[in-house]
Write a protein that binds this ligand. Structure first.
Ligand code: NCD
Ligand code: ZN
Length: 367
């Protein structure tokens, strides 16, 4: 039966970059207009969020931008802006992070989770803003121990960062070398595998632990990784707009990840990893910045994927329910409505190119 309209609880973005300053003013309205009840805010600013003080100040700046919109006016994309959006902060883990500060920040509500980026021995990170990340993972075990005790989620960018690892194997190498030992050493630590792309990693997440009820390993999946494979970076010429970390993988991996997601596996949830970069930084010949900007149409993109797989009944849990409790969020009692109405996406928001910008999507979030 063809479904033309679906109503689901308002959703939650489990992985979002909104930057700071002018860029934040430009991009935050996109997520507000998408009816999100909140988002896990990534801490990889130029000056990373490594302390309670910084997290609290960043949260204040976000709330200030959020509240500076006039609620009575329509938002820029035709949906009224909401002011109840909850910015859920994260702590950027470094080699120097003090376990006690992590726990204190969690207890004071400064952050709800810890974000793990890794850097290699030369201090090069594997993605945007990760150069301050962890070089010595074993050295961080005292932090993980404290987090396990207090049930503070670890949000991991699991990609090997050594120069000589093949770009398309970075994720699976990190699963074997980094993730598995962490899970083994800290059986009570909740872990979210961020922006999962590799089918083998998806198998691991889906089958980790004794049963779904006792699962403590989950994964966020982006809309773009459900839609494109690695060809999209190269087809018709080099396409920096499709370059992000982790890089999209070969088709078999995309299909495998997508199968878990659209079959309704509860261990997978929406996290856009929407990562805005100014056009000038994305269009460099060498050193093009990693990140894809999906915030303006995230709900429509995910809906399109589930519809294509005849799986709209699983869209609501993926967007709005799966493992939200981990972040201290409830399933929203409010709903949002998505209709089968063609919608042309904007090409750019400010100077940021939008994923699939200028094309038509078959679904529209209408309220
Ligand atoms: C993100 C960014 O730009 O901050 N980039 C990306 O390619 N996904 C960082 C990240 O999540 O890796
Ligand atoms: Zn990210």
């Amino acid at each position: 039966m063809r479904i033309d309209k679906i109503v689901v609880p308002r959703w939650f973005d489990r992985h979002l970059h909104i930057r700071d300053g002018e860029m934040m003013k430009t991009v935050l309205p996109c997520t507000l207009n998408q009816r999100a009840t909140g988002a896990i805010i990534m801490p990889n600013l130029a000056d990373p969020i490594t302390s309670i003080e910084k997290a609290k100040a960043y949260r204040e700046r976000i709330i200030h931008v959020r509240d500076s919109y006039n609620m009575d006016l329509e938002g820029p994309f035709g949906v009224p802006v909401l002011r109840d959006f909850v910015p859920c902060m994260t702590c950027y883990l470094t080699d120097n992070t003090d376990p006690e500060e992590v726990v204190r920040g969690f207890e004071e509500g400064a952050w709800r989770a810890v974000k793990l980026y890794m850097a290699n021995q030369k201090g090069q990170g594997g993605t945007t803003g990760s150069a301050h990340g962890v070089r010595n993972l074993l050295g961080r075990y005292p932090v993980f121990e404290a987090m396990e005790k207090h049930k503070i989620p670890l949000l991991g960018h699991f990609e090997a960062v050594e120069e000589d690892v093949d770009e398309f194997d970075r994720e699976i190498v990190s699963v074997e070398r980094d993730l598995k030992p962490i899970l083994k050493s800290f059986p009570g630590l909740p872990v979210v595998f961020e922006h999962l792309t590799d089918g083998r990693a998806a198998d691991f997440v889906a089958h980790c632990g004794c049963c779904d009820e006792h699962a403590r390993l989950f994964a966020t999946v982006t809309a773009h990784h459900l839609m494109i494979n690695r060809n999209a970076m190269f087809w018709g010429g080099m396409n920096p707009g499709h370059y992000c970390k982790p890089v999209p993988k070969r088709e078999t991996h995309r299909a495998k990840v997508r199968q878990y997601v659209t079959s309704g596996n509860r261990r997978f949830g929406a996290g856009t990893d929407s990562a805005p970069h100014d056009e000038s930084v994305k269009s460099r010949c060498y050193g093009c910045a990693a990140g894809i900007f999906t915030a303006p149409t995230a709900v429509e993109l995910y809906t399109t994927v589930f519809d294509e797989d005849d799986a709209l009944e699983h869209l609501g849990p993926f967007l709005s329910e799966n493992f939200l409790a981990l972040y201290g969020m409830d399933v929203s009692s409010e709903t949002m409505t998505i209709e089968r109405t063609p919608m042309r996406t904007q090409e750019k928001i400010g100077n940021v190119q939008v994923f699939k910008g200028g094309t038509e999507l078959p679904w529209k979030l209408v309220g």
